[in-house]
Write a protein that binds this ligand. Structure first.
Ligand code: PXG
Length: 465
């Protein structure tokens, strides 16, 4: 077998990949006919594939490589920790320095009274923890019937049985007997597509008040929590109108509903604040974290939990829950080093005051493109709504995602990773992207939009439906 550096040819790798490797959220038969793109190395904001092609990574891996690729410090810390203590568990009344130090650091960075962390291996696992923890909390308060969790359609909270049920993705719910009982989904605050004639402000209030109506319908005494992403990521970078979050917070407070804010994407600088919770001035009881916590260098997730909840939970004795890799020493050490880099290099502050304003200005220019109905962005996460008719916020007559897929493939062909969600193009670059790289990104995006537009016209797809 060839080594990692001197790897097999692309064709050989693709053949083995097709024969043995099952990809997430992938039609294997379709992929195997074509062969996967094989990424072999990365540096800064650039990826290199097995053919030596450079790609500007406009997705930060999968919304996670916040500090960019190639930071040797993380590898060095991992090596040191592996040599010293590669693994020990945090069950049975044991602990270790990396898990402890990271917990203290997270308590320092997290807003409000989120002073406790329960570790998981991923965002999905963390949301599974949350599902059980909020119910356990209410049971500890003598209210076991307060167990229903309200979420939103088109939310993404993971793809395990629990987290996939919390999410509101119809594609996930259609497979494997989901969602599980006890979870209901209200409408999302997606003004561009669902706002009709309402102003964004009116629409934001209307969608937030659905939460109150749902609580009244179910009975406040039966509802445990509301879970939501500050900005829906996988759903298509859906930025709620300014009226939405204050009203949600008011409703949760008024009805004694716990607020779980899923910051797997928005955490650790994506919005220009350390947490989206600060961006929207929220007071959550639990915050879900993963992805940017380690910049994706190693898998780790967790639940940040408030003092108030911990007081209740501690009175209830053992929480019968935990993962072999809860607080894994190497991942915790690497996450700590990632947080050190984010802090020491003032990366989050730079996003807020410099690179996000700059990218947002350049991104807004794409709104003038004939194929783009809206160009929106908060911090360094954005979307372009592709449309056959800008004035009418029109949908394409063709199946949803037909033009978006052309867009994604065109971007890839031009050396830019931008992913599509239906007919939206999504951007979430590493937080270390600089002005020159932003200019290069916009140039590639314009070229790709022009080519996508031309292809859509040639295929008769510029028709509203
Ligand atoms: N919550 C949110 C808000 C997420 O974005 C998860 C939870 C689950 O995390 P794990 O670590 O279990 O994957 C996520 C993950 C996409 C895409 O296509 C997004 C995610 C995962 C996979 C694909 O945009 N987000």
């Amino acid at each position: 077998m060839a080594s990692i550096d001197n790897h097999l040819s692309t064709a050989e790798l693709q053949a083995l990949d097709a024969a043995h490797h099952l990809h997430p959220f992938t039609d294997s038969a379709a992929l195997n006919k074509k062969g996967a793109r094989v990424i072999t190395r990365a540096e800064g904001v650039y990826l290199t594939d097995s053919e030596g092609l450079r790609l500007l990574d406009g997705m930060a891996g999968l919304w996670c490589v916040n500090i960019g690729y190639g930071r040797a410090e993380l590898g060095e810390v991992a090596q040191r920790q592996m040599n010293q203590l590669p693994y020990y568990n945090t069950f049975f009344q044991t602990s270790h320095p990396p898990a402890i130090t990271l917990a203290a650091k997270l308590a320092e960075l997290a807003p409000g009274d989120l002073n406790h962390v329960f570790y998981a291996g991923s965002g999905s696992e963390a949301n599974d923890t949350n599902l059980r923890m909020v119910r356990h909390y209410w049971a500890s308060q003598g209210k076991p019937e307060k167990s229903i969790i309200i979420s939103r359609k088109n939310a993404y909270h993971g793809s395990s049985v629990g987290s996939g049920s919390l999410g509101g993705m119809t594609g996930i719910h259609a497979q494997g007997g989901m969602p599980i009982p006890g979870i209901v989904h209200i409408d999302q605050p997606y003004w561009y597509r669902e706002g009709g004639d309402l102003s964004p402000e009116e629409f934001g209030l209307e969608r937030a008040r659905q939460l109150e109506l749902e609580i009244e319908r179910l009975g406040e005494e039966n509802v445990a929590a509301f879970i939501a992403e500050p900005i829906q990521g996988a759903g298509g970078v859906i930025i709620p109108p300014a009226t939405y979050w204050p009203e949600i917070q008011r409703i949760c407070d008024a009805h004694e509903i716990l607020l779980i804010v899923d910051e797997v994407i928005t955490g650790f600088g994506r919005t220009g604040k350390w947490f989206g919770t600060e961006f929207y001035d929220l007071k959550p009881d639990i915050v879900t974290i993963a992805k940017g916590l380690s910049s994706g260098y190693l898998p780790i997730g967790g639940s940040l939990v408030s003092d108030r909840m911990i007081a209740g939970l501690e009175a209830a004795g053992e929480f019968a829950h935990g993962y072999t890799f809860s607080g894994h020493p190497v991942t915790c050490a690497v996450a700590l080093e990632n947080l050190r880099i984010l802090e020491d290099e003032k990366i989050v502050e730079r996003v807020e005051t410099d690179t996000a304003p700059y990218l947002q200005k350049r991104w807004a220019e794409l709104g003038d493109h004939p194929l783009v109905g809206e160009a929106r962005m908060v911090g360094l996460m954005g979307a372009l709504e592709l449309t056959p008719d800008k004035s009418a916020r029109a949908k394409f007559a063709a199946d949803e995602g037909t033009v978006g897929l052309i867009g994604r493939e065109t971007c890839f062909g031009n050396g830019l990773v931008m992913r599509h969600v239906g007919d939206k193009m999504i951007l979430s670059p590493p937080l270390v992207i600089n002005h020159e790289e932003i200019d290069a990104l916009i140039e590639l995006a314009v070229k790709s939009l022009d080519e996508t537009h031309a292809a859509a016209k040639a295929q008769g797809l510029m028709v509203a439906g």
